[in-house]
Structures are given as C-alpha cells and as structure tokens.
Design a protein around this ligand. Sequence first.
Ligand SMILES: NC(=O)c1ccc[n+]([C@@H]2O[C@H](COP(=O)([O-])OP(=O)(O)OC[C@H]3O[C@@H](n4cnc5c(N)ncnc54)[C@H](O)[C@@H]3O)[C@@H](O)[C@H]2O)c1
Ligand SMILES: [Zn+2]
Length: 354
Amino acid sequence: MSARKLIISNDLRTDLENFLATLTYDKLFVLTDTNTKEKCYPLIRDIPPLQAARLICIPPGDRHKNMEQLSAVWQILSSEGASRSSLLINLGGGMITDLGGFAGATFKRGLQTLHIPTTLMAAVDAAVGGKTGINFNGLKNEIGAFYPPVGVFIDCDFLRTLDRENLLSGYAEMIKHALLSSMEMYNPVLSFDWNQPIDYELLSQMAAQSVAIKERIAEEDPKEKGIRKALNLGHTVGHAMESLSFENNTPLLHGHAVAAGIICELYLSYKQCNFPSDKLTRTTYYIKEYYPPFFFDCKAYDRLYERMTHDKKNENGVINFTLLSDVGRIHINRSVHQALLFESLDFYRESFGI
Ligand SMILES: NC(=O)c1ccc[n+]([C@@H]2O[C@H](COP(=O)([O-])OP(=O)(O)OC[C@H]3O[C@@H](n4cnc5c(N)ncnc54)[C@H](O)[C@@H]3O)[C@@H](O)[C@H]2O)c1
Ligand SMILES: [Zn+2]
C-alpha cells in the first residue's frame, strides 16, 4: 500500500526528471493550491518533462478539501482528456496530496499519482501511507480511498517559505513519531530549538527519519487493522480539541491540537502504563514552550468526551487509545475511565496555567 518510491531528495529537479523518465504516461497534470503554485511550482516548472504539463490550481486550506474542488479537478482531467495512463503530480501540503490523491484514485478508476509534499505535515505524514480523501457533510476525511502514489519526493527546501505555525503543526507529528520509535529519535526531536533561526539542514535530516517511521508502520498494516493505530497517539484527544476549536471559532491547526492531545495521552500513559514521569514532564515542557495553549474550561469536558466517543477508530462504542509504557513501547486499543480522561484534561490545563 505504500508508494513504489519514497525519495528524500537534495536535488529535486534532477531526481524528478530522472524518475519521470522511468514512467510511462500519456498526459501530465500538476495540481497545486494558489500558494504552492506561487511558492513551490517555480522550483520545478522548468524541467523539460513539465513543459507539457497542464497546471490545475485550487484554493488553499482544509476547508477546500471538499466535493466542489474535487469535482473541479475531475472536470479538468475530463475536459483535457486524461486517461488511466495519465500522471497527476500533487504539489502541496496535505490538503493537496489528500484531494489530488483521491481525484487520481477515482478518475477512470485510477490514474497514476505522484506526491511532492511542500509542508512538513505532508512530508512526514500526509503524503505517505496511501490514505487519500476529502471532507464531507462537515466530517473530516469522510470520503476517501487507500491509494498509493507511484512515488513521493520529499525536498525540505520547500519548507523555507512555510510559516512557523505550519512548521510546528507538522513538527507535532514528528514528536509523535519520535515517541513511537526510540530515544535515538526522541532526544534530538525534543532538543530542536525553535527560538533560534531555523536549522533547515537538521530539520530535513530529522524529517527523513520521521517519515521512515510512518512508512514502516503504514507498510506493516496498510488498512489500519492493528499496529497502524499507533499513529493515532495524541489524536483521540487531539481531534476532539480540534473540532471543539472549530465550533468555538478559535480554530487550531491540526498539529497544534495533536501536540495538546499528546500531553493528555502521555498523562494517561503515565497513569495507566507507567510511562516514565520525567519523559512526561520533558515532553510537556517542550510543547508548552513552542505551541499555543488551547483554552477551555471544565465545562467543556463533557463535550470533548462526547466527540471522542464519535472517533472513527472506536469499536463497540469504546474509545480506543494508543498508550505508551515508554518511548517506543506501544499499547494499542486501550480504554480509559472517563474520570482519568478528565484528569488528563486537568493536567493539560494546569501545565499551561489555564
Ligand atoms: N492522508 C493522511 O494520512 C494525512 C495525514 C495527516 C494530515 N492529513 C491531511 O493533511 C491536511 C493538512 O496538511 P497541511 O498541514 O500540509 O495543510 P495544507 O495543505 O492546507 O497547507 C497549509 C498551508 O500552507 C500552504 N503551503 C503549502 N506549502 C507551502 C510552502 N512550501 N510554502 C508556503 N506555504 C505553503 C498551503 O497553501 C496552506 O495554506 C489536512 O487536510 C489533513 O486532514 C492527511
Ligand atoms: Zn495527525
């Protein structure tokens, strides 16, 4: 289910040109949003194979990951005579790799797709693992397909134009991957200093290690029947906070909600699986240092709980958590008493002085 090729590139133009020469396709399409058209497409557009490409551009942001924009992409593919042997390059963040990946999965039952992630979130998470889709009926990623691209090209040069909030959003998934893997990864990730000018070289190296973890886990369990659920660490509470933030008109970026969710779920891990308290403290301090607080009071606990009960990953109405007994020691399908869950929300608020 994973991409046929995951390439971490230091010379994207050459690597991409060489890779395209190995593929057979009749027509070439490039999907961007308005930001990646302006900031990212210029980095690759003059390589010879892209001269004949048809550019498709849609508005940016998760709220446009919808039927209307999907239909707009299908429309252009159709009017331009795309066939099953056409190639669609998705150049953008997770919104573009998700929507473009799904457009590619469904048009004529599937043409070839290739992802070039341009955000940290897409590079370490969205573009790998084969999940594609759109939001529908107010529900995130409600319609979609598992559809691996023929290749994923990661070049962290794109990150130089990305703002700090979006960098930190993707970085939360790197914290998660570090927690799921080993101290060799946890230590450097939890030492990266966001108060200094960004060290893109170091960030790229860590991103390459991070995406390898996602790829390994997704490959082992492509359809999320078992170990892939580990990737939900921080997401059970995080998704609930994300959706509450939208309701309250104080929208959180996905990764910022995940960072908050990680604090709560490590607290649950500490209480229920003996996750070491020093690592709980260290992770909490790190997140507190760089991520904005999510303000809520105890009156919101029931609403957060209610959202968690609606999580897609639940089975038989029981909320399923991924917990850790240490860095790299993963326990999936864990249930937690409501009282302890509320205690973890207290812990988050106390840590942030809310
Ligand atoms: N399929 C999966 O497994 C998976 C995993 C994680 C997230 N996702 C999805 O990914 C989406 C979030 O991804 P995201 O955080 O990349 O958001 P995004 O694609 O909306 O990008 C965030 C913003 O950054 C802009 N941008 C992108 N690249 C840029 C660059 N290099 N320089 C400057 N601006 C740039 C975009 O135009 C957008 O405004 C959500 O829809 C989420 O559901 C999917
Ligand atoms: Zn996530």
